[in-house]
Write a protein that binds this ligand. Structure first.
Ligand code: SF4
Ligand code: SF4
Length: 305
């Protein structure tokens, strides 16, 4: 089912409190959407697993829009997305070029940027018979964008592709371009965090960022401080035990930069979240993720960023 801009607006109005969007921002959003539509979005995918796109597509709401593809295609002008767009070949490349000329367009980057081998570990597309590296594509398109949104750890900080020994010399968008980025942290980020960021940008709202480029509203509190298992005396001593605190098994929820409202928003249409499934938090919103520490610790071992 396809949604209209009015549907999207209705959704943002109904979910304003949950998404953290103020009444004034909803009014600005209404103005932007109903007077000609949302901005053009150019979404590039590089060194990644596409998990951020999958997470976005898992956005399911009980009211319209029911899925994120509808938001991107029918509400906002998603001009280019390698996995979602119907166009291919020269038509797709032309769409990316046209998008970067659209005034006020948003560049969304998913995935890190390999810079070894002159960037040839990852190609974005071919143009006039020549391969264009992802490094070239990001460098070019970042310059013209009104805002750059990094979805996920890889584009924001390097993430798993940049983990040692990083043979393809993966960099984040900010490392590569030196430009400011809005980092929607997570591996993958929660779909609501991506929708929230896009809604704020469409509304023309300011998005205050922390020192790691993350929106402070989304990454305000440590996971540990919101975890329902925090006050429990019970400690899980082995994997598969239900209900206990997982700190002794390597939970990174207490790490100082493991921030996000994951316990509240949960994943897969609010079905569950990492600790609710008895899996230690991996600290996936932490700029240092995945780090060099093992994900799981023997009892008594410790680690922090
Ligand atoms: S399970 Fe993790 S996040 Fe939850 S209270 Fe224990 S250490 Fe903190
Ligand atoms: S609980 Fe931890 S690993 Fe899970 S989404 Fe939140 S920050 Fe990431």
């Amino acid at each position: 089912m396809s949604v209209t801009r009015r549907d999207f607006l209705k959704y943002c109005t109904a979910s304003a409190a949950a998404l953290g969007i103020s009444a004034a921002e909803v009014r600005a959003l209404a103005k932007a959407l109903l007077n000609g539509g949302g901005p053009t979005v150019l979404w590039l995918q590089g060194s990644s697993c596409s998990g951020c796109s999958v997470s976005f597509l898992n956005h399911v709401a009980s009211t319209t829009p029911h899925d994120a593809a509808d938001v991107l295609i029918n509400v906002i002008n998603l001009a280019y997305h390698p996995t979602l767009m119907a166009a291919a070949g020269d038509t797709a490349v032309a769409a990316a070029a046209a998008a970067s000329l659209a005034p006020g367009h948003i560049l969304v980057v998913e995935g890190g940027i390999p810079t070894a081998f002159a960037g040839n570990a990852c190609w974005a597309w071919s143009e006039n018979g020549a391969d264009v590296t992802f490094q070239q594509a990001v460098t070019t398109h970042a310059q013209a964008a009104a805002a750059i949104v990094c979805v996920g750890q890889c584009s924001a900080y390097g993430g798993i592709p940049a983990a040692p020994p990083n043979p393809t010399a993966v960099q984040s968008v900010k490392q590569l371009t030196g430009l400011p980025t809005i980092n929607v942290a997570g591996c993958p980020p929660h779909p609501d965090w991506m929708v929230w960021t896009i809604a704020k940008l469409v509304a023309g709202a300011q998005i205050p960022l922390d020192s790691f480029g993350r929106p402070t509203e989304l990454y305000a509190k440590r996971v540990h401080d919101q975890c329902p298992r925090k006050e429990k005396d019970e400690e899980a001593e082995s994997f598969g035990e239900h209900g206990g605190c997982l700190e002794e098994l390597g939970c990174r929820g207490p790490w100082s930069q493991t921030k996000g409202n994951c316990p509240k928003v949960k994943f897969n249409d609010k079905a569950n979240w990492c600790i609710g499934a008895d899996a230690p938090c991996q600290g996936c919103t932490n700029p240092g993720f995945p780090g060099t520490e093992p994900f799981f610790h023997e009892e008594g071992e410790d680690g922090d960023d």
